[in-house]
Design a binder for this molecule. Structure first.
Ligand code: SF4
Length: 518
């Protein structure tokens, strides 16, 4: 019997996932995979166990009967060493048909894995400090951070040690392995909010406050953000948190979610619903009962929003060094390219790479005198530091190719759309395009300048894949989700319809206006 927590909603009406989690903690599945199912094969896995595989970071790939799996690897804050990148490349090459996707939470995903592969993958990831555990499931997922942490001239403090401390506290911690639903944290001290604070369950953003006559650098705290098909923007709590208090506050907030979060209906179980019902004041009152009183909010230090685009060559806060942001087209790369990235990071930088929530990658710590030579490397022809405008601002979820929940294809369509737009429209300001293959919003379409969401449409030729179009999403200030336009567009019509939309923008915008502020 798994450990039981107090339930916030009607305890007699727990949904069936909750009942299963009462029987067995999701983390138990890791040992079962290694010791039972990997030994006895795919056919030996009882159907009801598959839903627990998420705690190992694993989903069944489409079609389920074929016995292939997708695995997500957490990369806390997106900080990756060349040694880790090589292991990711080796495993992708040996087991994942050479395919590696970078996700919108700075993680990477493999496809085509078989149950027999898992023990070796878990072991080899663990040897370099990487894990797939709890990258999925009703638990604390990959912790998102500022991909420039430690090298960023625009951050107040280096958040890498805090990301590490959070990862240490939450990963494989059975106090928090049975939350009502998935739980996403982010932390950044950049004034440009690159970790998208408003769309996480819990976020820490930069702030300062005068305490006892001294200016203290710390964080403000946001709770209850999240996308999916009922998106909510997070709300700020009226507290100021010092860097050394972040873990305590995160533990307190996660405890509130665990003990008071809704467990009756799956679609109302995310923290955002509790925060929406309680409001930030009541939430803080309950939190204070757990962690004690904290100082009130100080001065907010978010100045603007960088949606996570760092392509090109940029100076680091360390004088004489630059980071080079590379575009991974539609977030899909390969084991071969990951090997090369690791080599380039060693050859030109300090062996450090950063994954970005826009599904791109950064090579950091490049001495300025080596930058020109790095830019000549053949790999940078495809993973370009200067991508075309639309290709360089396109985000896509996995879609029907591998995802069991998908209603439509995504990456292939997005590739065709951006190629078409780059060929037909020239713009002086980028437009961010995001696509989801279903309302779950792994592609974060609600915060896009132009968001596409896949669904089905009845036509004279039967049901066909079609997409809604939404415009004007952003996370400037408190943030705003985009607005859905009327109707749906068939896959083949998406590119020409978006061209019309973009040309209208181009012809009517004032100088200096971007799509969001149009
Ligand atoms: Fe799958 Fe939907 Fe997520 Fe896309 S948004 S990866 S289709 S669940």
């Amino acid at each position: 019997m798994a450990r039981q927590w107090k339930w916030g909603e009607n305890p007699d009406k727990l949904n069936k996932v909750e009942l299963q989690k009462l029987e067995q903690d999701g983390l138990d599945i890791i040992d079962e995979i290694v010791n039972v199912y990997a030994v006895n094969g795919f056919e030996s896995i009882p159907e009801e166990k598959f839903s627990l595989f998420k705690w190992a970071g694993v989903y069944q790939q489409k079609p389920k009967k074929d016995g292939y799996f997708m695995m997500r690897i957490r990369i806390p804050g997106g900080v990756l060493t060349s040694e880790q990148a090589r292991v990711l490349a080796q495993l992708g090459q040996e087991y994942g048909r050479g395919l590696i996707d970078v996700t919108t939470r700075q993680a990477v995903q493999y496809h085509w894995l078989r149950i027999e592969h898992f023990p070796d993958i878990f072991r080899r990831l663990g040897e370099v400090g990487l894990h797939s555990y709890e990258a999925c499931g009703d638990c604390p997922r990959t912790i998102v951070g500022n991909p420039l942490a430690g090298i960023d001239a625009n951050e107040l403090i280096d958040t890498r040690p805090i990301v590490k401390a959070l990862e240490k506290e939450f990963l494989l911690n059975r106090d928090f392995s049975n939350l009502p639903r998935k739980y996403k944290m982010s932390i950044s001290s950049s004034i440009y909010n690159p970790a998208n604070a408003q769309i996480n369950d819990l976020s820490f953003t930069p702030a300062v406050k005068e305490i006892d006559g001294e200016e203290v650098v710390g964080f403000h705290v946001w709770v209850g953000g999240g996308l999916s098909n009922r998106p909510h923007l997070a709300k700020q709590l009226d507290i100021f948190v010092r860097p050394e208090q972040v873990v305590d506050v995160a533990v307190g907030i996660t405890t509130v979610f665990r003990d008071y979060g809704y467990r009756e209906k799956r679609h109302r179980a995310r923290l955002k619903f509790l925060v929406a019902d309680w409001g930030p004041e009541k939430f803080l009152e309950v939190l204070t009962g757990i962690i004690g009183p904290y100082p009130k909010r100080g001065e907010d230090k978010i100045a603007d929003w960088n949606a996570g685009y760092f392509t090109g060559v940029h100076p680091q806060k360390q004088e004489g060094y630059s980071y080079v942001g590379l575009n991974i087209p539609i977030g899909r790369t390969s084991a071969e390219e990951f090997f090369q990235l690791a080599d380039l990071a060693d050859q030109y930088g300090s062996g450090s790479l950063r994954t970005v929530n826009t599904q791109n990658i950064i090579i950091s710590d490049v001495p300025n005198e080596k930058v020109e030579k790095l830019l000549q490397e053949p790999l940078l022809k495809r993973l370009s530091p200067r991508p075309k405008a639309f290709e360089g601002h396109a985000v896509s979820c996995t879609g029907v190719e591998f995802c069991n929940l998908a209603l439509t294809e995504t990456k292939g369509l997005m590739k065709r759309v951006v190629e078409y737009l780059d060929e037909h429209v020239e713009l002086d300001t980028p437009i961010r395009l995001h696509i989801n293959g279903c309302p779950n919003s792994c592609g974060q379409q609600q915060i896009a300048d132009i968001g596409l969401m896949g669904g089905k449409m009845k036509t004279a030729n039967g049901m066909q894949e079609a997409y809604t179009i939404s415009v004007g999403g952003h996370l400037y200030g408190e943030g705003e989700f985009n607005t859905q336009l009327k109707g749906r567009v068939l896959a083949n019509d998406v590119a020409p319809v978006l061209k019309e939309l973009v040309v209208f923008f181009k012809e009517n915008k004032q100088e200096g206006e971007n799509f969001t502020r149009f």
